[in-house]
Design a protein around this ligand. Structure first.
Ligand code: ADP
Ligand code: MG
Length: 692
């Protein structure tokens, strides 16, 4: 995708209209109002001019010899394919199809979409949309408003992209209302050709874009997205939100645009893997973006607080506490400096309360102290505008320190913007991110800190275990082809090939053999029913634990034979593993992405607590360790109240080996190790299932 789309020199509108309320009119109005620097060509067979601009009967008549950079199409879907042909002959580079009536309406529309896309490809035309809003570029040299919406941005450094025009516009409005400029805006609807990853890559290369805001409901080509996002996120902050996280949300998403959402957790995991900062609330996302657009990234999580009123600082402190930020004490030197210069009644320290009567020079002193403190990484300012001090002077000091960009500053500005217009103007012009609630300001600062965390986290390289027998595992899968579920023998042999430690086991065809196997393993043992029809063995009485002798084994097996009556019934005899903690480790294939891998506490509460975490394979040691420590029950693994902890290194290795196993064997659709029993110095899989 070239500059011709985002930096067009000429824009034509096929379907330009004289009617005020028509998109074909609005786009021209928007281009004019926004001060587009290039040429505008309305195309309409009946009109001579539209909004005072000469109109052309057809695109062929437009006097641009070297082709036209952007054509808007605002005509009924059925006319689009032929119009695309005309554009091809004319040498058009990009077409923004605003019209709907394509894939989003069903098979009939989908066929038209396919038709015009083939024609466009033939001519090398790129299609933006269809069923979309378009693009905006606020670059003073371009001023392209190829879009029919209403937010007219000041030039800024935040760029926005989303399939959904509605959300993109909401986000755009939010920045506008916060008085923050934006750079490029791109909402591509059905995205039949130009994709979100392509746009993200372009924004990554656009120097004036400092922060990218992305909204998605699902990812079509997750692997490409991951690759591009990794590359771009390494260059600049990418802030993203994935909607349709809940079942009802996903349903809503799939019913509009060319959307494809289903409940997926993979998207947020992709964000994480790519180093994208993920949000679950659109307002929080926009507020954070404002801080990113003008502030440096903090080096750590320690905040200095300056305030001129008590309560709001307490609210902010709570948010910092929740988000894991610290509010360290100041050095003696810092305290001395403050005491010398601020009012004697002021509370000096962290927070420093300058009192409502605090003067501009007091703010300056406090900010300079915080900037100099080695133990402080960022500054939070609470600024209520009392009528009895020179608030403009205070604003000037804040703006000046903010411009130094030594450490990030956010400001909770408590004022009436209608009365304190100059104060507000000075802060905004100075690039100070101002918010109307202490919590909002604090969360934005916390987002900067979170970004520093994810960018400075080194997940290391994936461990490749070379003691595994991949060929053996592949041979087993090859033999099982056509079946859905592997037998216990197959499953345990695959685990053995990948050196995943399991409790000692034997297979037995009948009760007598079961007894013999138990003797070989050594008592106590467990007897489990194994048959294709039995999935949850214990639910059907197919698991008998802690059998102390041969008699117990035989009668357990005979009893199962009687009750379960499955023709293919066999017995799985296993060493009984008492004590220990049960955990679950699982993997699930994810279309086009490899596998999701899961870790959680097992046992009877797992269904209720749903305390599990996911990641994308392959996982590194660091990521596996992070999985262990991010379940809520993590302290239980470490041991509580004198109880011993479990062998976490063993679980981490099991996760990594499973990750390698499913990566090597993509035919595996689902795999559960449930439970894995973890002891102080080793771990054993006691139940495993593989679906292919
Ligand atoms: P399923 O999940 O099909 O019901 P499992 O093999 O997981 O069957 O057995 C059910 C439960 O029995 C396990 O969650 C575990 O608590 C216990 N269990 C199974 N095998 C053993 C074993 N070898 N040692 C100790 N407990 C076991
Ligand atoms: Mg089980």
């Amino acid at each position: 995708m070239s500059d011709s789309l985002f930096r067009p020199k000429s824009v034509a509108v096929i379907g330009a209209s004289s009617k005020e309320l028509h998109i074909g009119n609005r786009v021209i109005k928007n281009l004019l109002d926004f001060g587009f620097k290039g040429s505008i060509y309305p195309v309409n067979p009946k009109a001579d001019e539209i909004r005072g601009i000469k109109a052309y009967k057809s695109i062929m008549e437009v006097p641009e010899k070297d082709g036209i950079d952007v054509v808007h199409m605002v005509i009924p879907a059925k006319f689009v394919p032929a119009a695309v042909d005309d554009c091809g002959k004319k040498g058009v580079k990009n077409i923004i199809i605003n019209s709907g009536g394509f894939k989003e309406i069903g098979p009939k529309g989908e066929a038209i979409e396919k038709d015009f896309l083939e024609r466009a490809k033939k001519y090398g035309i790129r299609i933006f949309g269809p069923n979309c809003q378009g693009i905006i570029n606020s670059d003073p040299d371009i001023r392209a408003y190829c879009n029919f919406t209403f937010t007219k941005p000041d030039p800024g450094h935040i760029s926005i992209t989303a399939l959904s025009g509605g959300v993109a516009e909401v986000i755009h409005q939010a920045f506008s209302q916060m008085g923050v400029g934006t750079r490029i805006y791109a909402s591509n609807g059905n995205a039949c050709d130009i994709t979100i990853p392509e746009i993200v890559r372009y924004l990554g290369d656009d120097e004036e874009t400092r922060t990218i805001v992305l909204y998605v409901e699902g990812l079509r080509d997750a692997a490409t997205f991951l690759e591009v996002a990794k590359e771009v996120a390494a260059k600049k902050p990418v802030l993203a939100m994935k909607a349709g996280r809940t079942e009802v949300g996903a349903k809503a998403a799939s019913s509009h645009t060319g959307g494809l959402a289903e409940v997926d957790i993979a998207t947020e995991l992709i964000f994480k893997k790519a180093g994208i900062l993920s949000f679950r609330d659109e307002a929080e996302l926009c507020q954070a973006a404002v801080a990113f657009a003008s502030q440096p990234i903090p080096k750590g999580n320690r905040v200095g607080i300056i305030t001129n009123t008590g309560g709001p600082a307490v609210i902010a402190t709570d948010v910092f506490g929740d988000k894991g930020l610290e509010i360290p004490s100041l050095s003696d030197r810092g305290i001395e400096t403050l005491k010398e210069k601020v009012f004697p009644e002021a509370a000096v320290g962290n927070p420093t309360d300058l009192l409502a009567t605090g003067l501009a020079e007091h703010y300056r002193t406090a900010m300079d102290v915080m900037m100099d403190e080695e133990t402080i990484d960022s500054v939070f300012i609470n600024f209520v505008t009392p009528f009895f001090v020179d608030t403009d002077a205070i604003a000037r000091e804040i703006a000046e320190v903010s411009k130094q960009k030594r450490k990030p500053i956010v400001c909770n500005l408590m004022t009436d913007p209608q009365q304190w217009t100059e104060t507000v103007r000075i802060l905004k012009e100075g690039g100070v991110p101002c918010f109307g609630f202490p919590g909002e300001a604090a969360r934005s600062l916390a987002a900067l800190v979170r970004y520093n965390d994810i960018r400075s986290r080194d997940i290391g390289e994936v461990t490749i275990y070379d003691d595994v027998d991949k060929a053996r595992a592949e041979a087993i899968l090859e033999k099982a082809r056509g079946r859905e579920i592997l037998s216990a023998t197959e499953v345990y042999e695959i685990l053995a090939a990948y050196k995943i430690t399991v409790a000692d086991w034997r297979m037995a065809d009948n009760a007598q053999e079961a007894e013999k196997a138990a003797v070989e393993i050594g008592f106590p043992v467990v007897v489990k029913a194994d048959a294709e029809s039995i999935v949850h063995k214990s639910d059907m009485g197919g698991v008998a634990v802690n059998l102390a002798d041969g008699d117990a084994v035989r009668s357990a097996a005979e009893e199962m034979e009687k009750r379960l009556n499955a023709d293919d019934l066999k017995f799985f005899i296993q060493k009984y593993m008492p004590g220990g903690k049960e955990v679950i480790i699982g993997a699930k294939a994810e279309e086009g992405l490899g596998h999701l891998i899961m870790f959680g506490l097992g046992g009877i509460y797992v269904e209720v607590l749903k305390d599990v975490v996911f990641n994308l394979t392959p996982v590194t040691k660091y990521e596996a360790e992070e999985m262990l420590s991010s379940i809520k029950a993590a302290p239980l693994l470490k041991g509580v109240r004198g109880e011993k902890g479990v062998y976490e290194a063993g679980l981490v290795e099991t996760l990594q080996r499973l990750s390698q196993l499913v990566t090597d064997l993509p035919a595996i659709q689902e795999m559960d190790l449930n439970p894995v029993i973890a002891y102080e110095d080793n771990v054993f899989v006691v139940d495993a299932r593989i679906a292919i």
